[in-house]
Design a protein around this ligand. Sequence first.
Ligand code: HEC
Length: 323
Amino acid sequence: MKFKVLLIMVSGGAVLLSSFTRGDQQETDYREKVYLDKRCNCFVKETYWNGIKSTYEQVKDTFDFVPLGKYISFYANGDTAAVTIYNDYQKDGIYYNLYEGGQLWEKGRYLADKKEGLWFYLQQSGDTVYKQTFVNDKEHGDGFLTFERGGQTFREYRSYTNGHNSGTWKTYVNDILSEQTVYDRSIPGKYTVQYYDTISGGLIYTTVHAKGKKAIQTINSPDLYKQMQWRAANMTGEQIFIVNCASCHHPFKDATGPAMKGVLTRHSEAWVRKWIKNPAAMIAAGDPEAVATFNQWNKTAMTAFPYMPPKEVDKLIAYLNSL
Ligand code: HEC
């Protein structure tokens, strides 16, 4: 490693210049400039990497670099990246960082190196991503978090007491309540989660957790629960057919039930949809096509799929049409 240091006195301060090469890395030019900044009447240290300003820091005096005062870091283009206030090596005062271009990214306050008061993060669009109050470096009070996943917007309302989850937390998916958690601070580790159907708004199931105990699950709506399982499985039309229909139906040959190819020319799509949901009801109601098919197949009963959600039926119909 080659290292040369030059110290040049400039008016009211000093410039420290150094350049060095490490291994086969490109020569790096590192410079420090320490001077009395008339604007704050304080000593300032600036550092430059290959001519690009990387930090601006207030220092006690020219040769005492104990962080004290304002410390600013920069993007390569010279835009401010972050501003930290130090007091005797501790972060103390307002802190913020910015996106390249100057848009506010994160803002909060430190008190003796600990987060205190409201902290928040913003998206480049200016929308809040995270908002939380801190007391003595711990989350305390109401908080808010939002994020995107799989094309959906999640919003989470939280609550803390001295860094511990407390009160009622709510999660909304595309503005519809999907989860509600209630923390019971009187019993350690006890919380109850209620899961809602984001289509109908109905309560699907409830889970009660307690420290060292197996979670107790209660199904509030068996119908919605089955629909939820269908949606969670997120199968293709072909997978739905293999898992649910192929035990009785072959795509091209008759089996326990008729071959599926051409079924949508024998019946209307609306009829097939209704049949999949509840074949027995159609036979009982005397639907002529249903009764004829049933008799033709020696009155063998077909399984009903009443809880298959519309989207899954769509995929299945598309698969049957593709045969
Ligand atoms: C337990 C066996 C069984 C299962 C499982 C089953 N089916 Fe059937 N299916 C039949 C039988 C048998 C018939 C003939 C009518 C009758 O006997 O009710 C039939 C008839 C049909 C018909 C009318 C066919 C025609 O040519 O008229 C369609 C459409 C159909 N089933 C679709 C499905 C789909 C889609 C699934 C899976 C989601 C499925 N079936 C699962 C046994 C079954």
